[in-house]
Design a protein around this ligand. Structure first.
Ligand code: MLT
Length: 414
């Protein structure tokens, strides 16, 4: 019998989105958090070293804290109190971002910038402005949000393989017709970063195919000043005709708990609807945001603005150096144990091969149960991640040193 949502067993019921049946039971990091909580319950005295989710540990930069405090005080006075703000963000933050992008050679119009509560939300929400008939192209391994949010829409997803052979930087294949392409550089989870020449090839491919690149630049600030690796897709000529960039203050300025990000949708970026009408993606995103989002708190946007001031950039960069030093601390024992790894240079992530041919979750269990260390199994990022494992440099120096000591001694004994 064919079911309709009018009568089911004689009772009117609403049907739910059946695409959710295709998802894994729980989101990768929620799953890990559950396992870690269970371990901690069983071993309440054991100090767990957390190198799993990419969550920052250093406090906000002093200039950011000052700006937040000042904004809080403004909210307490009738003259400076603010209610609803513009859904796409305040002009002062747009202006700060225009200056920030100019520092690496990109010219933006303030109308191209949309402030949000973070890149993760925007990654999911941006799916609203694309048709479900599109074919989505994702790298594998991949940040699970790109995959899950498209599965939720029932879209066709194709994967391009990242492996040691291509340094985990898959390149376009003309035989594949993709409509929406997700790229993340520097990459989560592998830490690999595309060169200018490689991004030029991606932009050329997207233009040939009429595709749109969704470029996740959340880790761009880990690229040192003077390094020629592109910090934005818009440093590539022609990218404004085929790309949207998503970015965040989470890793750059330690805003994982403060929440602020932004998406850049070029004014000239247009694609057609199924009936052939040409539509502006910038206008569509504005329409989407003004309808479904009420903006980021004024206080938080003042903090983000301060992070982009010259002093803010300097203070935030000090923090990033601290995290990169952790990556060096992680890399040293891996080198001495002869374990191959990637990343850690332009990224807070070390992507290591599991020792002794172990599978990713097997190694996760060994690390947690024997050494009380938490990392992220590579297979959680896709089939190409099997046999790999991600460690983050976002911990404290003390914990990172302690974790790597446990790991080195433990593995040497095995
Ligand atoms: C990660 O660990 O991959 C990130 O922290 C996840 C995120 O940014 O949402």
């Amino acid at each position: 019998m064919k079911l309709t949502n009018l009568f089911y067993g004689g009772i009117h019921v609403a049907f739910v989105n059946e695409n959710y049946e295709k998802l894994q039971d729980s989101y990768l990091f929620a799953n890990i958090a559950q396992k870690v909580a269970a371990f901690q319950k069983e071993h309440p005295d054991q100090k767990i070293i957390r190198m799993g989710i990419g969550d920052v540990t250093l406090p906000l930069a002093p200039v950011v804290v000052d700006a937040l405090a000042k904004a809080v005080a403004e909210m307490g006075h009738k003259e400076t109190f603010r209610g609803y703000g513009p859904e796409q963000g305040y002009d002062f933050l747009h202006q700060a971002l225009v200056r920030y992008y100019a520092s690496f050679g990109v010219t933006l119009d303030t109308r191209e910038i949309f402030i949000s509560d973070g890149a993760k939300s925007d990654c999911g929400n941006i799916t609203d402005i694309f048709s479900d008939a599109n074919t989505i192209l994702l790298p594998d391994p991949v940040y699970p949000v790109y995959y899950d949010t498209n599965v939720m829409r029932g879209r066709k997803v194709l994967f391009m393989k990242g492996s040691p052979e291509n340094d985990f930087l898959p390149m376009p294949d003309d035989a594949v017709q993709a409509d929406v392409i997700y790229l993340c550089s520097p990459n989560n989870p592998t830490g690999a970063a595309y060169s200018r020449e490689q991004l030029e090839q991606w932009v050329a491919y997207a233009k040939r195919k009429g595709a749109v690149i969704l470029y996740d630049a959340a880790y761009e600030a880990f690229i040192d000043e003077g390094d020629p690796t592109p910090r934005s897709i818009f440093t590539i000529e022609g990218a404004k005709d085929c790309a949207i960039e998503l970015c965040s203050f989470s890793k750059t300025a330690g805003f994982t708990g403060t929440r602020c990000g932004y998406t850049v949708v070029p004014l000239g970026l247009k694609r057609k609807s199924k009936d052939g009408t040409e539509m502006s993606l910038n206008k569509m995103w504005l329409r989407r945001q003004t309808t479904k989002f009420n903006g980021v708190p004024y206080i938080v946007q003042r903090g983000a603005e301060a992070a982009l001031s010259p002093e803010g950039i300097r203070q935030c960069r000090d923090n990033l150096r601290y995290y990169k030093e952790n990556c060096r601390i992680i890399g040293e024992p891996l080198d001495s144990l002869g374990i191959k790894y990637y990343g850690g240079k332009r990224s807070p992530y070390i992507w290591m091969q599991c020792p002794d041919g172990m599978k990713s979750w097997e190694f996760f269990d060994v690390l947690l149960n024997r050494f009380a260390i938490v990392g992220t199994p590579g297979s959680g990022f896709g089939t190409m991640g099997e046999g790999y494992f991600r460690l983050t440099g976002f911990g404290t120096h003390e914990d990172t040193i302690e974790g790597m000591k446990r790991l080195k001694e433990g593995l040497a004994k095995e």
